[in-house]
Structure formats: C-alpha cells, structure tokens
Design a protein around this ligand. Structure first.
Ligand SMILES: [Zn+2]
Length: 130
C-alpha cells in the first residue's frame, strides 16, 4: 500500500523543509559597512613629524648681518638643505630635502603641499625666536 498524501507531504517536509531556512540564512551579500578611513601612509606620518620637528628652527636670512651665510630649507618639510655664502649664485640650493624629493617623485606628496601652507594651517612659527 502506498503512502497517503499526508505522509508524502511529511516526507517532503523532512527532506526539503530545511531549504527555506537555509536560504534565508545565507550570508548578507552586501559587505558590512566598515570605518572607511584608509590607513595613513607611514611616509605622510613621517612628513608630519619632520614638519613638527622643523617648526621654529629656521634662520631668518633677512635678519642676518650683511655678509653672513644664507640658509636654505626644504619647501615641503622645512628641513635645512643648504648653507651658502651671501651672493652665491653658482647653482641653486635644493628645493627639497632628499626624503621629500623621494616622496614627491613617488607621488606620496605633491609639490603644492608646502611647508608654508602647513605652518599657516597649524599656526606654527617658521623662524627661531630672535
Ligand atoms: Zn623635506
């Protein structure tokens, strides 16, 4: 004797009854919202540290007596790059320190991201206090 309709439905439920539940428990296909702040490039962190360290360290050439050496600084981080005699003209002092030069050529920072702007934005002194 064959199974009754009710028995048949019960068997199907036993066999496939888990399916809907399984389907509704699929992992959410949408990725979880994460804090989307990309990690800061360590070289930018290093640049920030250089700027902090160089703030207030520059010599104001305008305040030096006539004939004194001139001091030149990195346009990006403010690091001292050269000291030249006054009136020296043979070749221009480097515009950037070696580290910033690398960072610029690697695209980590841009030429328009200057120490001047950083000083202004952070309300920092450029020159040594007289
Ligand atoms: Zn620099």
């Amino acid at each position: 004797m064959g199974e009754t309709w009710k028995e048949y439905m019960g068997r199907m439920q036993d066999t496939y009854g888990h399916l809907p539940n399984f389907i509704t428990n699929l992992p959410d296909p949408k990725p979880k919202e994460e804090a989307m702040t990309p990690p800061k490039d360590p070289r930018l962190t290093a640049l920030e540290a250089r700027r902090e360290a160089n703030a207030g360290q520059q010599v104001d050439n305008a305040r030096l007596p006539a004939g004194a050496n001139m001091y030149y600084y990195c346009e990006t981080c403010g690091a001292h790059t050269a000291t030249k005699p006054e009136g020296w003209w043979q070749d221009p002092p480097p515009r950037h320190c070696a580290t910033c030069k690398d960072d610029i050529s690697d695209g980590i920072i841009t030429r328009t991201d200057t120490y001047d702007d950083w000083l202004e934005k952070n309300n920092k002194e450029r020159y040594q206090r007289a």
